[in-house]
Design a protein around this ligand. Structure first.
Ligand code: SF4
Ligand code: SF4
Length: 409
């Protein structure tokens, strides 16, 4: 292992700018084959039903806003957060309005499978400017492949109905698309499908989970590294071909995030940062953890009913967690793409211990950078960005209506 990275010193007190909240814990009304979070129910054996109480909700919002950060992003996810019902979110917004200080910006994001959304939800989400991340893996044959009900039924018709309803209502919606061993074969079809549905903001999440029968190995549904690299290259070409007058017409989150690294700005995506630990996760019972992928006792930072979120974010445990990412394997030290890739997410390093912990998707990233680097460096983009009225590298995305948003890894 090598501590080669030139990491700028962390601020003495890291501000609390983002938190993920799981109000229904791991509970979900689907049973997607690749879901890593359903099994977290084992952490909370006292109850089969997990729901956030009012005291936990209030303590979470109060502490987040009283941390003093001028902007706080609340990401509501799960499990399936809409199981809480709309009144829970009405209470959350009321608390945010009453507890924020003048000038403080509050952003909300809702990650959902869409099954419970109706017109009342859509109106609420639009009126309160939530950014919705809708889990939609593509057209029916791709979406239904692993996204199934507990009774093994398709869910595509209900999800696409939700997507169209959100669009009609004017709700800002991202398509969250898991790339697994099947969907990885259809980059153009998925991109074009999202475009045709008016989903111009896309986030592709490569699937990698341990095989339950052999935990040191990736599960069969994981995206093969070479195939995922090919997927990224082909989506990149589609995205570039979609430009008009030098500007993108869709946003692909990983490309947008990478662009920041090309103009010397910190990436909004944690996988591209030198260290982890920039946000916290709050479970339904108030327990706080280091990261969505590390909701486990080793990385439990405390509970909002007993401690303070800002202290937990700045705790020794969270700092230690953050440094794991910076301890890069030898391959990264010699890699020309290190300044952009930063070794990827540490959870993806556990499958290659024999290679010194190199990221499982390293081959994907190398393929992509060799394919896209010259275009990502394109000088006219940089000039345009420098001349941007919003002042510097904020996004390569098409102009969005002004809105509040929350980011996700
Ligand atoms: S890079 Fe991975 S481990 Fe680190 S904070 Fe992000 S999701 Fe968590
Ligand atoms: S491409 Fe591979 S070797 Fe290079 S920084 Fe990323 S993970 Fe490390």
């Amino acid at each position: 292992m090598s501590g080669l990275a030139q990491i700028p010193p962390a601020p003495s007190v890291r501000p609390l700018q983002a938190l993920l909240i799981k109000p229904a814990g791991p509970d979900c009304n689907l049973a997607c084959r690749y879901c890593f979070y359903l099994q977290k129910a084992a952490l909370f054996p006292d109850s089969k039903r997990h729901r956030m109480s009012n005291p936990v909700l209030e303590a979470t919002i109060r502490q987040a806003l009283e941390s003093g950060s001028p902007m706080v992003n609340f990401g509501w996810q799960g499990g399936e957060p809409t199981l809480m019902g709309l009144d829970f979110f009405r209470r959350a917004v009321q608390l945010q309005q009453s507890l924020s200080f003048p000038g403080q910006q509050v952003a909300n994001g809702l990650q959902t499978n869409g099954l419970l959304l109706d017109e009342n939800w859509a109106a609420f989400l639009r009126d309160h400017r939530f950014l919705v991340g809708l889990s939609l893996d593509g057209p029916a044959h791709i979406h239904n492949h692993y996204r199934r009900t507990a009774g093994d039924a398709d869910c595509y018709p209900r999800v696409i109905r939700a997507a169209r309803m959100l669009r009609t209502a004017g709700v800002q919606t991202n398509a969250l698309t898991v790339i697994h061993d099947y969907s990885v074969r259809f980059p153009e079809e998925i991109y074009d499908f999202h475009r045709s549905e008016g989903l111009r903001w896309m986030q592709f999440i490569p699937c990698l989970e341990p095989d339950p029968a052999a935990p040191g190995r990736p599960a069969a549904f994981s995206a093969p590294p070479w195939a995922y690299g090919e997927f990224l290259c082909r989506v990149f070409d589609r995205w570039i071909a979609d430009f008009r007058d030098g500007w993108p017409r869709t946003s692909v989150r990983w490309f947008d995030s990478l662009f920041h690294t090309y103009v010397g700005q910190p990436a909004p995506e944690c996988t591209l940062l030198p260290e982890c630990g920039v946000y916290v996760v709050v479970e339904h019972n108030g327990d706080v953890y280091s990261c969505d992928f590390y909701v486990e006792s080793r990385w439990r930072l405390g509970n909002v009913l007993e401690g303070d979120l800002l202290d937990m974010l700045n705790s020794t445990c969270q700092r230690e967690f953050g440094r794991i990412k910076a301890a890069l394997p030898r391959e990264c030290a010699d890699c020309p793409w290190l300044d952009h890739c930063r070794g990827g997410c540490p959870k993806d390093r556990q499958f290659t211990p024999s290679a010194g912990g190199t990221n499982y998707f390293c081959e994907s990233y190398r393929l992509f950078f060799e394919h896209a680097d010259a275009r990502l460096r394109a000088a006219d983009w940089r000039r345009r960005q420098a001349a941007s009225p919003v002042g510097g590298a904020t996004t390569t995305s098409p102009a969005r209506p002004r809105r509040k948003r929350v980011h996700r890894r």
